[in-house]
Design a protein around this ligand. Structure first.
Ligand code: ATP
Length: 364
């Protein structure tokens, strides 16, 4: 296994009309599992294809370990890629599919190749499928074979391009666990592209968030969740999404009052206000996640609002509140205000995020 480093990676198409990846610098440590996530068209696949050698970067070197591989052909890179559509050879058996990469890239004897395929088949629990052809397999089995084919070569780096998108929800969960087990057992250095933020959050040691070809944030999932670098990340990571309110910051002694000029008014205590670099009157966006909104006792100086919708989800209830469209509180299942009822809410102050209204960047 090896580390991966890309520096100021850029990919233009159509003579620069389209910038698919813009100035991306990134480091994946040896044995690390990194997920890359972002909306459609943000440059995830292009990034992966450049690392794999299937696409040539416009600028920016790529290093695998200490070796620069930018100009190496895909075949000479010690990298295995797992695709959404499995990319198995239809006329070859599972065994032949798995052994094929070994024949192409190593000078092992037939017996050694067989042994390696057996090992990978055992790892993936597909020994009984070795004589079958891909069209005799289910989607989940095909993806197991594709994973087996990737690990049999014991490459330095694994690239996954939305490998679970074609599977149903239950199978996806099983395969996620399977890939994580492989990761634990083999210590595979991996870059895993997905558009599913939940998948990215649960699988990644580190999560990379892209938008419009640009890196938005990279970090441990909990860090990215708790401290989004900007409004985009706050809104993209987490479901239901972070609530956003456009407010104005008013300094008042040591504390900070956030108000929308109408009914909404929230005072941040001096302890939190001290960390925030805002000017009196500055327009900011307040971000608060649904689970950090609480109902308060009436008369406790909370924010008064009306319940528009109550949506039970089993363990909890979602309250859609009349603060603005789609403002959601996630509360305990035993908190069941009537629709139309006026309630008071408050926030876990330590979880409030403030973003610059113009740039979207986090202010704390
Ligand atoms: P998706 O989740 O939809 O697969 P993505 O994040 O993987 O999207 P890319 O496929 O990397 O995004 O595409 C990034 C941008 O580059 C998009 O605007 C896309 O239209 C453009 N693009 C990708 N490949 C080409 C190409 N061969 N020629 C021109 N433009 C391209």
């Amino acid at each position: 296994m090896a580390s991966l480093r890309v520096e100021n990676l850029r990919k233009e198409y159509d003579r620069g009309e389209i910038v698919a990846v813009d100035d991306l610098s990134l480091e994946v440590e040896d044995g690390e599992f990194v997920t890359v996530v972002g909306p459609s068209g943000c440059g995830k696949t292009t990034t992966l294809r450049m690392i794999a050698g299937l696409e040539k970067p416009t600028t920016g070197p790529i290093f695998l370990g200490d070796e620069e591989i930018t100009n190496q052909s895909a075949r000479n890179r010690d990298i295995a890629m797992v695709f959404q559509n499995y990319a198995l050879y239809p006329h070859k058996t599972v065994f032949q599919n798995m052994a094929f990469g070994l024949r192409m890239s190593t000078d092992l004897s037939k017996a050694e190749r067989t042994e390696k395929v057996q090992w990978a088949a055992e790892m993936m629990d597909i020994e009984e499928l070795l004589d079958q052809k891909p069209d005799e397999l289910s989607g989940g089995q095909k993806q197991r074979v594709a994973l087996g084919r990737a690990i049999v070569r014991e490459p330095k780096l694994f690239l996954f391009d939305e490998p679970l998108s074609n599977l149903d929800a239950k199978l996806r969960t099983t395969m996620r666990a399977e890939i994580q087990r492989l990761q634990d057992e083999l210590g595979i250095t991996s870059v895993y592209v997905t558009h599913d933020q939940e998948e990215a959050m649960t699988m990644g040691d580190k999560i990379v968030i892209l938008n419009d070809g640009e890196l938005q944030q990279v970090g441990a999932p909990t860090h990215v969740y708790d401290k989004p670098a900007n409004e985009f990340v706050g809104g993209f990571v987490g479901s239901p999404s972070m609530n956003f309110l456009e407010v104005v910051a008013r300094t008042s002694g040591n504390s900070l009052v956030l108000t929308d000029g109408e009914d909404f008014r929230y005072s941040l205590s001096p302890e939190y206000a001290a960390d925030i670099d805002v000017e009196d009157g500055q327009p900011v966006t307040l971000g608060i996640r649904p689970e950090d909104v609480y109902t308060a006792d009436p008369g406790s100086d909370g924010i008064q609002t009306t319940v528009d919708v109550l949506e039970p989800i089993g363990s909890d209830n979602y309250l859609y509140l009349d603060i603005h469209d789609d403002f959601i509180a996630r509360v305990n299942a035993d908190v069941k205000p009537a629709v139309g009822e006026t309630i008071e809410i408050t926030f876990d102050e330590s979880k409030i995020r403030l973003f610059d209204r113009d740039t979207g960047e986090s202010l704390l």
